[in-house]
Design a protein around this ligand. Structure first.
Ligand code: NAD
Ligand code: IPM
Ligand code: MN
Length: 365
């Protein structure tokens, strides 16, 4: 039976990188004889422009019916003055919440060819392979009450609520422990339990659950220290599990270790394995429309989609190998190019991955 993939390009560079990933998906379907159909829908600012709403009901309906979703990025300066509830980012938060995508996997893997593009010394990042498991549908992003209110003295006050229930903590920790069991066997849980009660509970629940995973080594770390350790000695980490906001911040930092945020894919999964796959970066308005965006994070997100939602791990491996080959050949978008190194466009990078795929699958036999 045919599988359905929904494409949600979104805004700014989202419109440039998703078509490259789509080409890669089309080629991999030919090579592996996969029966995957795609359709596109609007989200974010482009949906707001067309329909006055960042997550139209028709998009949500198509998303529910899809086996997997590939998203570009949303937001940008054109929407900075839009009413808060109608901002592009609200569309993204809402689709994550509606689909129950609590588990956000953000792998920061160092491609050996890009060691010199990292902002850290080569010996600190060579061989780096970290998996950040970020809780995605709770915490301060969704806690109630929230808002901006007027005080009696006439000044305004902004407020948000950092809240996690035991069951929310347990299900993300379980995902982290299970994933750790398939790789390095170590979990570092990141919190701020020296200050925030919500994370005191977080630490308690994670510690309790660890008893069911005797083979996994658990460590706890405060988020400020974790940020420092990530840039001091990042290879000490295997799996990092943390809440929504800390995970957002730490994953951008981890991205730069690998050379560029343009290299970091992600999967956001619900309990039934359905997922949104998207690069960790945003809509990069500063480089949009210039062919400068690196499409590899989105292309690598297609690999994660094939592996986690579409049951085609071999096809996923082939995409990752093809990306490695393209980097071997020295192809670089500006974000991963060294000083004076020749650069390729978004489009040329996508084409190169498509071309490399034929060789990869041939040598696979
Ligand atoms: P950003 O990630 O868009 O850009 C940060 C920097 O990284 C910029 O200099 C940009 O040019 C660069 N960059 C990002 N992706 C790149 C790529 N693929 N190739 C080369 N360079 C790349 O973050 P920002 O500037 O803080 O946010 C811009 C907009 O994107 C905002 O509206 C924000 O809300 C939104 N955003 C959306 C998502 C998402 O849709 N998942 C994620 C983050 C930010
Ligand atoms: C991300 C983004 C989003 C987040 C924004 C755009 C809502 O930064 O996917 O990392 O904070 O989750
Ligand atoms: Mn982010």
């Amino acid at each position: 039976m045919s599988q359905k993939v929904l494409l949600l390009p979104g805004d700014y560079i989202g419109q440039e990188i998703v078509p490259e990933a789509e080409k890669v998906l089309a080629r991999i379907c030919e090579l592996y004889d996969l029966d995957i159909t795609t359709e596109s829908a609007l989200i974010g600012g482009s949906a707001y422009d067309a329909e006055g709403y960042p997550l139209p009901a028709s998009t949500l309906e198509k998303a529910r019916a899809a086996d997997a979703i590939l998203l570009g990025a949303v937001g940008g300066p054109a929407y900075d003055n839009v009413e808060r509830d109608l901002r592009p980012e609200k569309g993204l938060l809402r689709i994550r919440s509606e689909l129950g995508l609590f588990g956000n996997l953000r792998p920061a893997i160092m491609y050996p060819q890009l060691v010199d593009a990292s902002s850290l010394k080569p010996e600190l990042v060579a061989g780096l392979d970290i998996l950040i498991v970020r809780e995605l549908t709770g915490g301060i992003y969704f806690g109630q009450p929230r808002g901006i209110r007027e005080l009696d003295n006439g000044e305004r006050e902004g407020f948000n609520t950092y809240v996690y229930s035991e069951s929310e903590i347990r299900r993300i920790a379980k995902l982290a422990f299970e994933l750790a069991g398939k790789r390095g066997g170590r979990v570092c849980s990141v919190d701020k339990a020296n200050v925030l009660e919500a994370t005191v509970l977080w630490r308690e629940v994670v510690t309790e659950l660890a008893e069911s995973y005797p083979d996994i080594e658990l460590e706890h770390m405060y988020v400020d220290n974790a940020a420092m350790q990530l840039v001091r000695a990042p290879k000490q980490f295997d799996v990092i599990v943390t809440g929504n906001m800390f995970g957002d911040i730490l994953s951008d930092a981890a991205a730069m270790l690998t050379g560029s945020i343009g290299m970091l894919p992600s999967a956001s999964l619900n309990e039934s394995g359905q997922g949104i796959y998207e690069p960790c970066h945003g809509s990069a308005p500063d480089i949009a429309g210039q062919g400068k965006a690196n499409p590899l994070a989105t292309i690598l997100s297609v690999a994660m989609m094939l592996r986690y939602s579409l049951g085609s791990p071999a096809a996923a491996d082939s995409i990752e190998i093809a990306v490695g080959q393209v980097l071997d050949k020295g192809l670089r978008t500006p974000d991963i190019a060294g000083a004076g190194e020749a650069v390729v466009t978004t489009n040329e990078m996508g084409d190169a991955v498509v071309a490399a795929l034929s060789n990869v699958t041939k040598t696979d036999g």
